[in-house]
Design a protein around this ligand. Structure first.
Ligand code: GLU
Length: 318
C-alpha cells in the first residue's frame, strides 16, 4: 500500500476511514520490529503479529481494522482508571499529597528516583505512583468496586479479571512487591502492603479489547461524559488533570517524544494496549502486543503518529 503523508484539512468520513486503514497497514508492518513482554510469563503467549485499531466518535460512529475484539490484559492502562477513581473518591488535594505529577524520565518500574530524589512517587502513570494511588483505595474499596467503575467508564460490561494473568503477576511480581515495601519503609504507603500489591495485580489483569479502550478514550476526550447516556462519569477538572498526566507521563520514558510526534493524551500498557483521547471527541483504542524497548506497543505508536499527522490531531496544532 502506498501510504500518503499529507495532512487532510476537514477530513470527510471517507478520509477518516482511509487514514485508519493506512494506520492499520503501518502498524502491522511495525509489529514485526517489536517483542512481546515476557517478564510476566502469561504475556509471552500473545501473538506478536496481532494488531488492531478502533476509533469511536461522539456520535457513535466507529472505524476499526484488525484485532479489535481480542481480549488482552489492560496492564498499565489501568493506571488511568485508578487515577480517575482516586480523584473521584479521594479528591485532587488528597490524591496529590500522596503522589506527585512530574514525568520521571525513567522506565515504568524504576525505583531509582524514588530512593534518590524523593519519597513520593513521581506520578500515577509509573508503577510506584500507581501502586501508591491504589494504596489510597485499598482500605475502603474492593476490587469489585473498581471493576464496576471500569465497566461503566469503558462502556464494556464484559471486562473481567483474567485469572491466568493475575496468577502470573502474583507469582512473579517481585519488583512491584519491592516497590510496595520500599514505599512502606519510607512511611509513604500507609495501607496494608500485601492487600495493596494484590489489588494492583488484579487491576493490571482486567481483560479489555481495543474497542473497550476506544470507549475509555472517548469518555476522556468528551470531558468525562458518556456521550450516549449523558452521564458525567469523571468531573471536568479531573479530566483535565488526567489528560495532562497522560500527555506528560503516559508512554513511560517515551512520553516526551510521543508528545512531540503524536501530541494526543494517551496511555499504554505492556499487554500491548493503548488508549488515546483525541479532540473531536474521538476515542482511539489500539492493541499490538509487540513492544518497543520502552514497553509501548510499537504498532500502536507508529499508527498513532500517522493518524495524528494526517488528521491534524496534535493538541498544539492550529
Ligand atoms: N503489571 C505490569 C507491572 O506492574 C504493568 C506494567 C505496564 O504495563 O507498564 O509490571
Amino acid at each position: 500500500m502506498n501510504i500518503p503523508k499529507k495532512r487532510i484539512k476537514d477530513p470527510s468520513r471517507k478520509d477518516i476511514e482511509q487514514v485508519f486503514l493506512e494506520a492499520y497497514e503501518i502498524g502491522r508492518e511495525a509489529a514485526k520490529e517489536g517483542r512481546v513482554a515476557d517478564y510476566i510469563p502469561e504475556l509471552a503467549k500473545a501473538d506478536p503479529s496481532a494488531f488492531g485499531v478502533y476509533m469511536l466518535d461522539g456520535k457513535g460512529k466507529s472505524v476499526f481494522y484488525g484485532d479489535v475484539f481480542t481480549r488482552f490484559s489492560i496492564q498499565s492502562v489501568c493506571k488511568v482508571i485508578i487515577l480517575a477513581f482516586a480523584l473521584k473518591y479521594r479528591g485532587f488535594d488528597e490524591t496529590f499529597s500522596h503522589v506527585m505529577m512530574e514525568p520521571s524520565g525513567d522506565s515504568f518500574n524504576s525505583i531509582l528516583k524514588l530512593d534518590m530524589r524523593s519519597n513520593l512517587p513521581f506520578n500515577p502513570m509509573i508503577n510506584a505512583g500507581a501502586i501508591q494511588t491504589v494504596s489510597l483505595l485499598t482500605e475502603d474499596f474492593s476490587f469489585e468496586d473498581i471493576l464496576n467503575f471500569s465497566r461503566v467508564l469503558c462502556m464494556d460490561p464484559g471486562i473481567e479479571l483474567n485469572e491466568a494473568v493475575y496468577k502470573s503477576e502474583f507469582e512473579t511480581g517481585n519488583r512491584n512487591r519491592a516497590i510496595v515495601y520500599l514505599l512502606k519503609s519510607k512511611g509513604v504507603l500507609t495501607a496494608d502492603p500485601e492487600k495493596t500489591a494484590d489489588l494492583y495485580f488484579k487491576l493490571c489483569s482486567l481483560s479489555v479489547s481495543a474497542e473497550t479502550l476506544a470507549s475509555l478514550g472517548l469518555v476522556i476526550s468528551n470531558g468525562g461524559v458518556n456521550p450516549f447516556t449523558g452521564q458525567q462519569l469523571i468531573e471536568p477538572d479531573h479530566v483535565r488533570t488526567i489528560k495532562s498526566i497522560m500527555f506528560t507521563c503516559g508512554m513511560y520514558d517515551f512520553s516526551g517524544e510521543f508528545g512531540v510526534k503524536v501530541g494526543v493524551p494517551g496511555k499504554s500498557g505492556v499487554g500491548g494496549g493503548m488508549v488515546c483521547a483525541a479532540r473531536g471527541p474521538m476515542g482511539i483504542g489500539l492493541y499490538g502486543p509487540a513492544l518497543d524497548p520502552f514497553g509501548n506497543s510499537i504498532a500502536a505508536v507508529r499508527a498513532m503518529e500517522h493518524i495524528s499527522e494526517r488528521l491534524n490531531l496534535h493538541v498544539f496544532d492550529y
